[in-house]
Design a protein around this ligand. Structure first.
Ligand SMILES: NC(=O)c1ccc[n+]([C@@H]2O[C@H](COP(=O)([O-])OP(=O)(O)OC[C@H]3O[C@@H](n4cnc5c(N)ncnc54)[C@H](OP(=O)(O)O)[C@@H]3O)[C@@H](O)[C@H]2O)c1
Length: 247
């Protein structure tokens, strides 16, 4: 990737999103650090981005809210005149067994993890088409492919994201825009820290690499898709999971 790129990372206040924002930072780049509620955490991300010589810009909006997304991307375009890279990372989990799942648990997860990626992608398609260059990377999950009990909502959203990735990739590759997905396995972040110790141990037993992944492991895969070297790769899912699942 050349320098001077304008890069939007959703859910960049913490975890994987933060590592992606920092990983893509280089002098000359503008990094838009989206967050929903964690202003202090987003400021920490911005400081790390600036340590790498890029310019950081905070953007508070919920990816699940269509009007907020439209306004936010209009502001980004007004200020920067272009958007080169979008990483759809924002995500939540609301785990429950299907038999007990509330409608709101289903809707919140689908709205954030799947519809949010659609809304943000829709907002960047036209600018990227005009530029005839763009990179969209969606953060899916291993459970979007394998399924996971207690995560029907999350697994459906993450599987949906793979279908979305492939369909959109076919729509816009002729304009030199690639759309790919990264599917992390078990990564140590706030999302997984919230799990009971027993569940974490059971997970570890399923990972041939015998360690949890780091946010930086995922960020490296995102950086590859964003790079100029990956310009002929689109509609793909790159699994970053220590051998937990081999697609
Ligand atoms: N951790 C794993 O093992 C793992 C595995 C596979 C896939 N993933 C996926 O990787 C992504 C990042 O996960 P993580 O583990 O880094 O999660 P995390 O530590 O819980 O961080 C989630 C991030 O998403 C943001 N976010 C949540 N709802 C949002 C909304 N409506 N609008 C904008 N931002 C929102 C949060 O912002 P605020 O804090 O500001 O609200 C935060 O920055 C998610 O899509 C997740 O599903 C994670």
């Amino acid at each position: 990737m050349g320098d001077k790129r304008v890069i939007v990372v959703t859910g960049a206040s913490r975890g994987i999103g933060r590592a992606v924002a920092v990983g893509l930072s280089q002098p000359g780049c503008d990094i838009i650090v989206n967050f929903n509620s964690g202003l202090d955490a987003a400021r920490e991300t911005a400081a790390l981005v600036e340590q790498k010589g890029a310019a950081a810009h905070l953007a508070q909006f919920s990816v699940a809210d269509p009007d907020s997304v439209k306004q936010a991307f209009k502001k980004i375009m007004d200020e920067h005149r272009r958007i080169d890279v979008l990483v759809n990372n924002a995500g939540i989990a609301r785990d429950n067994l299907a038999a007990l799942m509330r409608d709101s648990e289903w809707d919140d997860v689908l709205d954030t993890n799947l519809k949010g990626a659609f809304l943000c992608s829709q907002a960047v398609i036209k600018p990227m088409m005009r530029q005839r260059w763009g990179r969209i990377v969606n953060i899916s999950s291993v459970v979007g492919v394998t399924g996971n009990p207690g995560q029907c909502n999350y697994s459906a959203a993450k599987a949906g994201l793979i279908g979305f990735t492939r369909a959109l990739a076919r729509e816009i590759v002729s304009r030199n825009i690639t759309v790919n997905a990264v599917a992390p396995g078990f990564i140590e972040t706030d999302m997984t820290r919230a799990l009971p110790a027993k569940a974490k141990e059971a997970m570890l037993a399923q990972i041939p690499a015998a360690r949890y992944g780091t946010a930086e492991d995922v960020a490296a895969a995102v950086a590859f898709f964003v790079s100029d070297a990956a310009g002929y790769i689109t509609g793909q899912v790159l699994h970053v999971n220590g051998g937990m699942y081999m697609g």
